[in-house]
Design a protein around this ligand. Structure first.
Ligand code: NAP
Length: 266
């Protein structure tokens, strides 16, 4: 099995490293218009080989990940227009219908990944095009799972996935920043504040997942009557936190839909 990458930038490096690290029998190849990016890719990924162009990537791979920026994809689609291969697009905002209109014989799977893929903690969703079969989807799901969570969903939901997990790392980072500022304002030194807040976010997420607790169950566990958490929650729950988060996700989802519409018109 060989997995190819068209564009060997940040996301390609993250996915290729996860796949190569999890399954040494998978060969990796890639091409990039930037010689530096290609050299970094082949030096960082065990066993990865450079291809001489994008057509060679597609022709020599069982599955090719399209990992250029959305605005740079047109020349690539023209270059590989004749392919019948399995093409996995991670391009934000480019719909399957657009890819299928250019790659009229390829089997397309569209993925919405997120940046924690860089540390093997991705949260991704993926959807199959009209020519991708069950084996294609199973293969893509298995390969993505090496980089973290990969859930299959209908393509219509990928805009909402962008609002939750695609853009989500920026929203969570903003919350982490607010907690850290509050910790520093309360007198905790900067470096210790960062460490405490990061460990609290990752520890809480892990506790919920591993003990299969609902957020409400965990909140009850931490809230003794008349105690500190109950006092803090009174402030948080009297705010419009729920509404702000919902609007953040809705607005991001709507923007993703708009970008998809623009991509379809071009
Ligand atoms: N990073 C994220 O958080 C994230 C999340 C979800 C989805 N995505 C999607 O992932 C894709 C890749 O993102 P990234 O952050 O990895 O981008 P990146 O680091 O800029 O990597 C893209 C690479 O493709 C190269 N390239 C451009 N045109 C090419 C061509 N015709 N043939 C071969 N290579 C070409 C670029 O070279 P030059 O720089 O020299 O042009 C660059 O090295 C994007 O479509 C993005 O929408 C990213």
């Amino acid at each position: 099995m060989r997995v190819g990458f068209i564009g060997t930038g940040n996301m390609a490096c993250a996915l290729a490293a996860a796949i190569a690290g999890a399954d040494s029998s998978v060969g990796i190849c890639g091409f990039d218009v930037g010689p530096e990016q290609l050299a970094r890719f082949t030096s960082q990924i065990p066993g990865a080989v450079p291809a001489s162009d994008n057509v060679e990537v597609v022709n020599s791979s069982d599955l090719t990940v399209l990992a250029v920026k959305p605005q740079g994809v047109r020349p690539v689609l023209e270059e590989i227009a004749d392919t019948e291969a399995l093409i996995v697009s991670i391009l934000a905002g480019i719909r399957i219908a657009v890819l299928e209109a250019h790659l009229t014989r390829a089997r397309i799977v569209r993925v919405m990944p997120n940046t924690p893929a860089l540390v093997g903690e991705m949260a991704a969703a993926y959807a199959g095009g009209s020519r991708a079969d069950a084996d294609d989807l199973e293969l893509v799901g298995t390969l993505l799972s090496h980089a973290g969570l990969a859930i299959r969903l209908p393509e219509e939901l990928l805009d909402a996935v962008t609002g939750v997990s695609g853009s989500g790392p920026a929203f969570v980072a903003r919350l982490i920043d607010a907690f850290t500022s509050a910790a520093v304002a309360a007198g905790i030194p900067d470096a210790e504040a960062v460490r405490l807040v990061l460990a609290t976010f990752s520890g809480t997420a892990r506790l919920l997942a591993e003990k299969q607790l609902t957020p409400q169950e965990l909140i009850s566990m931490v809230s003794s009557p008349g105690g500190t958490t109950v006092a803090g929650r009174a402030v948080l729950e009297s705010s419009n936190l729920e509404r702000v988060i919902r609007q953040t996700v809705w607005t991001t989802t709507a923007r993703s839909r708009e970008l998809g519409d623009e991509g379809a018109r071009k």
